[in-house]
Design a binder for this molecule. Structure first.
Ligand SMILES: C[C@@](CO)(OP(=O)(O)O)[C@H](O)COP(=O)(O)OP(=O)(O)OC[C@H]1O[C@@H](n2ccc(N)nc2=O)[C@H](O)[C@@H]1O
Ligand SMILES: Nc1ncnc2c1ncn2[C@@H]1O[C@H](COP(=O)(O)OP(=O)(O)O)[C@@H](O)[C@H]1O
Length: 272
C-alpha cells in the first residue's frame, strides 16, 4: 500500500501556559498543504519490520523513526504480520511542517485500512496523540483549531481557496523542544478564535506565532526571510510552528527567484 503523508502549516500559535509535565498548552490553527512524502509498505513473511528511506536522509535508527513507532504501537494491540516500509522523504524536518507526525498518522491509517483492523477514528486519534502532540491533526487533515497540547481538535470553516502560498525553509533545523524552551507563555492580546475570523488582510499583527520572538533572536536570517516575503507582496507572512520555515499568502502568483532566498533553502509554492 502506498500513501502520501502531507505537511501542515500553523496559522497563528499562542503558547498559553506550561504544564507540570513540561508540555505547553497552546492554541493554533492547522492548515494542510499539498506538499507530500511517499510512504509504502508491503507485507513480508519474516515477521520483522524493515525500514528504508530515500529522498531527504533521516539520521538515526529505524526504531526511532515515527513510522516504525506507529507500527509497533498497533502491533502491541493487534495481530500484524511483518512489513517492509519505504519512506520517500520530501517534507523537510526541523521546519515546523509536521512531516514526521504526518508520516506516523498515515502509517496508522494505512495499517488500519490494509489489514482491515476496523479501528474507529476516535481510537486512531488517541493512538496518534501518543505518538506526537500534533499527530492527531493528520488523521482529520482538514483545517482545524487545536488546543490542549495540540491534540484537541475542532473543525474550522476556514478556506484559503484561491490564495497563493510561498513557503521557504532556510538551511536551519529548529528542534521542537528547544523552540518551546525559548518562549514565555502568556495570554494573547487577541485570542486566536477571534483573530482568525478577521479577513486575511487583517491577520498581520493579530494572528501571531509566539515562537517567532525567540527564534528570530537566535536566527535573524529567519526574520529577514519573513520581511522578504512581505516585501514581495505577501498579505500575511509568518513562521510555521516552531520553525524554521516561513510562509507568505499572496493574492496572485508572487514573483520570486531561488536566489532571493538563502542558498540551500527548500522552496514550496502552491495555490490553495
Ligand atoms: C510546535 C508544533 C506546533 O504545531 O509543531 P512543529 O512546529 O514542531 O511541527 C507542535 O506543538 C509540536 O508537536 P510534536 O512535534 O508532535 O511534538 P512532540 O513530539 O509531542 O513533542 C516534542 C517536544 O516538544 C515539547 N512540546 C510539544 C508540544 C507541546 N504542546 N508542548 C511542548 O512543550 C515537549 O518538550 C516535547 O518533548
Ligand atoms: N518519519 C520521520 N520523518 C521526519 N522526521 C522524523 C521521522 N521519524 C522521526 N523523525 C525525527 O523527528 C524530528 C522532527 O520531525 P518533524 O515532525 O518532521 O519536524 P518538525 O518539527 O519540523 O515538524 C526529526 O529531527 C527526526 O529525527
Amino acid at each position: 500500500m502506498i500513501v502520501f503523508p502531507n505537511a501542515k502549516i500553523n496559522i497563528g500559535l499562542n503558547i498559553l501556559r506550561k504544564r507540570d509535565d513540561g508540555y505547553h498548552e497552546l492554541e493554533t490553527v492547522f492548515y494542510p498543504l499539498k506538499l507530500q512524502d511517499g510512504l509504502e509498505f508491503i507485507e513480508n513473511h519474516t515477521g520483522e519490520v524493515h525500514f528504508s528511506n530515500s529522498g531527504i536522509e533521516i539520521a538515526g535508527k529505524a526504531e526511532d523513526n515515527l513510522v516504525v513507532k506507529a507500527y509497533r504501537m498497533l502491533a502491541a494491540d493487534y495481530r500484524l504480520p511483518g512489513i517492509d516500509i519505504h519512506l520517500h522523504k520530501v517534507i523537510p524536518f526541523g521546519a515546523g511542517l509536521g512531516g514526521g507526525s504526518s508520516d506516523a498518522a498515515f502509517m496508522l491509517m494505512g495499517l488500519n485500512d490494509f489489514f482491515s483492523l476496523n479501528i474507529p477514528e476516535q481510537k486512531l486519534l488517541s493512538y496518534a496523540a501518543r505518538l506526537g502532540a500534533d499527530c492527531a491533526f493528520f488523521i482529520k487533515n482538514t483545517p482545524s483549531f487545536a488546543s490542549g497540547i495540540g491534540e484537541k481538535l475542532e473543525p474550522l470553516p476556514l478556506s484559503l481557496s484561491g490564495w497563493h502560498l510561498l513557503l521557504v525553509k532556510p538551511p536551519i533545523e529548529v528542534g521542537t523542544k528547544e523552540a518551546y524552551a525559548g518562549v514565555r507563555p502568556g495570554e494573547p492580546n487577541v485570542g486566536l478564535t477571534e483573530a482568525i475570523r478577521f479577513s486575511v488582510n487583517n491577520w498581520q499583527g493579530n494572528v501571531v506565532n509566539d515562537f517567532e520572538e525567540g527564534i528570530f533572536q537566535r536566527f535573524p536570517e529567519i526574520k529577514t526571510l519573513k520581511e522578504k516575503l512581505r516585501e514581495r507582496g505577501a498579505v500575511y507572512a509568518s513562521m510555521s510552528g516552531s520553525g524554521s520555515s516561513v510562509f507568505g499568502l499572496f493574492r496572485n502568483e508572487p514573483l520570486w527567484r531561488d536566489s532571493d532566498f538563502p542558498e540551500g533553502s527548500f522552496i514550496w509554492y502552491e495555490v490553495f
